[in-house]
Write a protein that binds this ligand. Structure first.
Ligand SMILES: Cc1cn([C@H]2C[C@H](O)[C@@H](COP(=O)(O)OP(=O)(O)O[C@H]3O[C@H](C)C(=O)[C@H](O)[C@H]3O)O2)c(=O)[nH]c1=O
Length: 330
């Protein structure tokens, strides 16, 4: 049986990845370590909490001892590292937490993987490390790292550390960089769940600046399939961009959700812009498609419909998030 360590598996992308992997492979055991910060929600994995193929350990990657203990107890065949502080707005107010979790936390994991000779390490990163684009062009794996927010700078720092462990120690690290994810279980601070939940409650939807900022939307399960492909077919030391081929302005995606929910556009409320707001992200995933044999399968309109339906039918999930009930007992 293959043994995988997943970090940050109680979060949005990590939990979807664990569900993807366990539904796909019978010969797999996953250890999920998560610090259970505000963004880590055990409800995300309640369906598999008692599965023999799964184990949860509460652990904080910023604590070298805790990380060392996990590796000492278990030889892992691979690590998939999702754990991160991920919300740009929070990083503008509290940058230190981002440096700690994203840079120091990644460093502790890389050190442990080096010490215990883990044969595969996927470092899950973001297209935000490339900075921002004008109206044209795409980020490729060769684009320079020019992060603009404390969040993206901390991720760029962790990418460079990961790269250095491949170059210096020969640690078999693969870096993946994704565009904006959407789908079930996304924490309501992000744009898409903000729109859905506020629209469902007939509340104003805050759009930063003039709403013309562009993001490339990637269905979370397509992202999970790409990481799975990177685990199986990725080459150590390489970077793979993962995007959805779905560039839209923030206003366009907001209107799409409002139309689907039959809510009025008058809910759209323009608010002060985010500091240092990146204008456009657009990612070229050609290398990943060619070398990993992966393609994003979900059309944006269909993925958005399914995502909206998930929030509509999983009311108790977001009610517990909104009320803070999911944090009880921590
Ligand atoms: C929450 C919110 C956002 N926005 C705007 C700001 C952005 O232009 C866009 C998406 O914002 P969001 O915060 O959802 O995501 P990004 O800042 O693009 O970053 C996200 O995608 C990358 C790849 C990651 O790596 C980040 O971890 C992830 O958070 O909507 C608004 O206009 N109003 C709002 O209330």
């Amino acid at each position: 049986m293959r043994k995988l360590l997943v970090t940050g598996g109680m979060g949005f992308i990590g939990s979807n990845f664990i569900l993807h992997m366990l539904s796909r492979y019978d010969d797999l055991h996953i250890t999920n370590i998560d610090a259970l910060t505000y963004a880590g929600n055990p409800d995300n994995l309640s369906d598999i909490a008692h599965s023999d193929a799964y184990r949860f350990v509460r652990a904080d990657i910023t604590d070298a001892e805790q990380v060392g203990r996990i590796f000492a107890e278990n030889p892992f065949d691979g690590v998939v590292h999702f754990a991160a502080e991920s919300h740009v707005d929070r990083s503008i107010v509290h940058p230190e937490a981002f440096v700690r979790a994203n840079v120091l936390g990644t460093f502790h994991l890389l050190e442990a993987a080096r010490r215990y000779e883990t044969p595969k390490f996927i470092h899950v990163s973001t297209d935000e490390v490339y900075g921002t684009l004008g109206d044209t062009g795409y980020f490729t794996e060769q684009s320079p790292l020019m992060p603009n927010s404390p969040y993206s700078a901390s991720k760029a720092g962790s990418d460079l550390l990961a790269r250095s462990y491949a170059q210096t120690y020969g640690l078999p690290v693969i870096i993946t960089r994704c565009s904006n994810n959407y789908g079930p279980r996304q924490f309501p601070e992000k744009l898409i769940p903000t729109i859905i939940l506020r629209a469902l409650h007939d509340e104003p939807i805050p759009i930063y600046g003039d709403g013309t900022h562009v993001r490339d939307w990637l269905y979370v399960m397509d992202h999970c399939a790409a990481i799975d492909a990177a685990l199986r077919r990725g080459i150590a030391g390489e970077v793979y961009n993962i995007g959805g081929h779905h560039e839209r302005t923030n206003l366009e995606v907001t209107r799409m959700v409002l139309q689907e929910l039959r809510k009025p556009e008058s809910l759209i409320t323009f608010v002060a812009d985010r500091l240092g707001h990146d204008k456009r992200y657009a990612i070229d995933p050609a290398k990943t498609e060619r070398e990993l044999g992966w393609r994003p399968g979900k059309e944006l309109e269909q993925g958005m419909k399914e995502t909206i339906m998930w929030y509509v039918t999983n009311r108790s999930w977001w009610e517990r998030v909104r009320s803070g009930a999911y944090l009880e007992g921590r």
